[in-house]
Design a binder for this molecule. Sequence first.
Ligand SMILES: C[S@@+](CC[C@H](N)C(=O)[O-])C[C@H]1O[C@@H](n2cnc3c(N)ncnc32)[C@H](O)[C@@H]1O
Length: 276
Amino acid sequence: MSSGPYLHGHHASVLRSHSWRTVENSCPHLIPHLHNTSLKILDVGCGPGTISVDLAARIPQGSVLAIDPSQEVIMKARKHAEEKGVTNIRFEVGDIFNWGAVAGIEESGFDIVHAHQVLQHLQDPLSAMKEMKKLTRKGGILAVRDCDYSAMNHYPPNEGMSKWLDLYRSVAKSIKCDPDIGKRLHAIAMQAGFPRSDIDTSVSAWTFSTPDERAWWCGLWAERSTKSDYKARVLESGLGTEEDLEEIARTWREMEGKEDGWFAVINGEVVAYNRP
Ligand SMILES: C[S@@+](CC[C@H](N)C(=O)[O-])C[C@H]1O[C@@H](n2cnc3c(N)ncnc32)[C@H](O)[C@@H]1O
């Protein structure tokens, strides 16, 4: 099983959003499970690794192994760990569908297997969940979080935002990914073999509303629409044109300028217990 193309790629505008992420703002579902500071954690699809490094810092006697297929982001993640002075972490190029190739990953090898905003980018999220379950030790947990684009919301109303959302969701679906997967992570966990009674579900949101938050969130989407791999995917898909993307970028800039602007990203979360 190979990975499909990663829709956003790793342009600076994409990494900027990933690099803002911490355990506190992106893994609220995981925090109650981090009391034991000797845990062994696997972070799948770690991107630039800010969450992974934050996790490692919270478990000083434990360790984190973080993998991503992109050599480019793994280099950035290693640099980030170095800058933060966090040493109980190892970043390796690796693919969840070929984990056997990564030294140190073995079946039942981890107390926590974690993936944040990764399953939405996979063409076969069920197989990925099954692989992650295999890697979780008996008594350990699998923790997954993904947003649901169909549940995103904004204020004030703006037709251009619907155009952005419709285009994004269509392009993701055209490469056989599910941009709305956040609402069915529990169902995938059930298909992967977890009984319903062993799965906790929750939802948490990111909101962007202050001038700084709007500048950051709207600015990065304006840039993503015109500069990242996402632009290339839109054009390849035939679902949108360069002019559409320019118009969408203008809409984002317009929304950035709205003093009463407000954006909500709804994220579905699942903690599945791998019972002995
Ligand atoms: C949206 S980013 C999330 C990064 C990070 N977890 C975070 O939240 O900041 C998704 C990441 O999944 C990675 N990815 C894609 N396919 C993968 C696979 N088959 N195995 C592991 N990671 C994968 C991508 O390279 C990308 O860095």
